[in-house]
Write a protein that binds this ligand. Sequence first.
Ligand SMILES: C[S@@+](CC[C@H](N)C(=O)[O-])C[C@H]1O[C@@H](n2cnc3c(N)ncnc32)[C@H](O)[C@@H]1O
Length: 259
Amino acid sequence: MAVLGRYSAGRVFRVSQVKAYLDSTGPFLQAFRGRNTDDLMAYYVERCGIEDGMRILDAGCGVGAPAAWLAQRFPALKVEGLTNSRVQAEHAKLAIEAAGLDGRVSIRQGDYHDLSSLYPHAHFDRVLFLESLGHSHNIRQVLYGARDVLKPGELVYIKDFFRRRSLSSDLQKKIDHAINVINGNYLYHVMQLPDLVAACMETGFAIDSISPPRIVPDLQLTVDFEHKAGRLTYPAFSHLHAVDWYDVMVRREGLAVQR
Ligand SMILES: C[S@@+](CC[C@H](N)C(=O)[O-])C[C@H]1O[C@@H](n2cnc3c(N)ncnc32)[C@H](O)[C@@H]1O
């Protein structure tokens, strides 16, 4: 099978995976969401306090659907989308061009572990990780770079899922098994929430808020995707509560500057 692109260092995924996503979930490559992507994006706008005129970095931008949605709703917004997948970047660039947004949305192929060398210092008002940070093999490196490219006093938003923990060693073994299956199938490094909190604090962020996403997910989207991609993860945890989803908002220390 032809090789399509890279998700995380040294790992490859197949052509069928992006096609399976596009066929089953459409261009928003997110698992925890309903079918109405306008509602989903409106939720992010409110949660992140996105306002027209801001500069946004969509780190792990997929095929550019969230970036395009934002630019269409906010005429003075500037969005940078970054993905480490060449094929996703190509899809995204074509979609942005077709939507006439090429002046305001810019897509780049690159690694979010290198943010400081990809973007100017103190450049963005928001950095978004929409189900993307969990691919990282080194969240401290990513966060350190995010801090560098973010303006003082501004926000990083992370929506992702986290390993559950239990006092019962039997239950913990089952959870860990499920997590290993997820990590293998999705090339993920499922995070632990306390570790993300520690990493944010160590890299110069103050914790602004942590809450479960106010999103009602349609998990059938993921089931459909997994059938199309021929890679079933959900049986490993269908009877087990192995992960929790959270919205994590952190603020770069320092005084906010007027836009
Ligand atoms: C589940 S998809 C989410 C895509 C997008 N946020 C969306 O909502 O459609 C995860 C994204 O993270 C990207 N990604 C994973 N590792 C990355 C890295 N090291 N640098 C940049 N992007 C990365 C993948 O290529 C993919 O675009």
